[in-house]
Design a protein around this ligand. Structure first.
Ligand code: NAD
Ligand code: UDP
Ligand code: UDP
Length: 343
């Protein structure tokens, strides 16, 4: 029996309802949940550039209309205010499912809501994928590895996650979302793709979202001390957003389910990161130590051999190259803010 997807494509082809995109490829109808957020809005830009028809579904918890304002009025673009915890009916070919706050400050703000978003929200989007035969991509996280006992982390590692901690709403939520995706894949034949994203930074991050790169950059620009939590020896690997978007699109278009680590293997301690921020913005910026948050993973660095081999993907923007691009965006927005407030 032909799959529902094939039936749907035949149906739309016969009716001639599938226009050709700007680059000569068939235009797809793509929903991006969380598309008004940091990563989502950059992904939307690339999909629009390719001539696809894009629907953003976002409840604006951490996303902003400003991030997608430049597409308003384009007939290929649609913005729907909707919470993915509620069901939604759409007719699409692909679903990029990003809806979920990513900063620890935001996801801990209402932990039960974070779990609902990850579990019920993902279930709804998988239900949608099943109904219309769409391909579904989940943006999972390096946090599924918890406080890892394996370094660097490969996709085969099952992780070391506290199920009852303050970060569990996010990391256990994403682990359940991965489980749901695999069960829909095995049980209902849904085409799924799973990305495990490592710390990503770039323009359009919320200025005060509490993540380390945005904090340090905003602090240095505001002439405030850089707040290093704990002893600053914990490590993270920082990926520039354009590298991530390229990886997500390759994953969606490729034939492999994953999971795939998408991250930059360049590993920095928080003190080293503070130093790069000093070099980029203000060599005189002071460093202030603060107590660390609970359950903070000690180290994190992706093993990206699998994505390299099967998707032909690797990041190309180093921290020292990417940071200035984020700094000019932050500078502009902070300056605009201060004009507005008269500060
Ligand atoms: P973000 O907070 O900027 O964007 C998340 C978007 O989802 C926002 O626009 C928000 O309004 C929307 N959203 C949240 N809950 C929703 C709900 N219930 N219904 C509809 N919309 C909802 O975060 P981001 O950095 O762009 O992250 C995007 C995705 O990538 C998230 O799923 C996150 O878990 C994942 N991820 C990001 C990183 C990173 O470093 N940026 C790392 C690992 C995983
Ligand atoms: N769902 C949705 N949009 C759709 C199809 C399903 O939001 O187009 C939701 C649906 O409300 C349900 C979830 O996705 O809560 C899972 O759907 P599925 O059909 O897999 O399960 P069932 O409805 O049979 O429990
Ligand atoms: N961190 C820090 N100063 C800050 C914010 C965060 O030193 O102002 C540290 C935090 O303790 C963690 C690392 O930076 O060890 C990364 O934190 P972030 O919230 O960016 O992301 P996470 O990887 O923890 O999800």
């Amino acid at each position: 029996l032909p799959t529902r997807r094939v039936l749907m494509e035949e149906h739309t082809e016969k009716k001639g309802r599938v226009p050709i995109g700007v680059k000569g490829k068939r235009q797809k109808r793509i929903v991006v949940t969380g598309g008004a957020g940091f990563v989502g809005s950059h992904l939307v830009d690339r999909l629009m550039e390719r001539g696809h028809s894009v629907i953003v579904v976002d409840n604006f918890f951490t996303g902003r209309k400003e991030n997608v304002l430049h597409h308003m009025g384009n007939p290929n673009f649609e913005l729907i205010r909707h919470d993915v915890v509620e069901p939604i009916l759409l007719e699409v070919d692909q679903i990029y499912h990003l809806a979920c706050p990513a900063s620890p400050v935001h996801y801990k703000f209402n932990p039960v809501k974070t779990i609902k978003t990850n579990v019920v929200g993902t279930l709804n989007m998988l239900g949608l994928a099943k109904r219309v035969g769409a391909r579904f991509l989940l943006t999972s996280t390096s946090e599924v590895y918890g406080d890892p006992l394996q370094h660097p982390q490969a996709e085969t590692y099952w992780g070391n996650v506290n199920p009852i901690g303050v970060r569990s709403c996010y990391d256990e939520g994403k682990r359940t979302a991965e489980t749901l995706a695999m069960d829909y894949h095995r049980g209902a034949g849904i085409e799924v793709r799973i990305a495990r994203i490592f710390n990503t930074y770039g323009p359009r991050m919320c200025i005060d979202d509490g993540r380390v790169v945005s904090n340090f950059v905003a602090q240095a620009l505001r002439k405030e001390p850089l707040t290093v939590y704990g002893d600053g020896k914990q490590t993270r690997s920082f990926q520039y957003v354009s590298d991530l978007v390229e990886g997500l699109m390759r994953l969606m278009e490729g034939e492999h389910v994953g999971p795939f680590n998408l991250g930059n293997p360049g590993e920095f301690t928080m003190l080293e990161l503070a130093q790069v921020v000093q070099e980029t913005i203000d060599p005189n910026a002071k460093i202030e130590f603060r107590p660390n948050t609970e359950d903070d993973p000690h180290k994190r660095k992706p093993d990206i051999s699998k994505a390299n081999e099967l998707l032909g993907w690797q990041p190309s923007v180093s921290l020292r190259e990417g940071l200035p691009l984020m700094v000019s965006d932050f500078r502009q927005r902070l300056f605009a803010d201060s004009k507005l407030t008269g500060a």
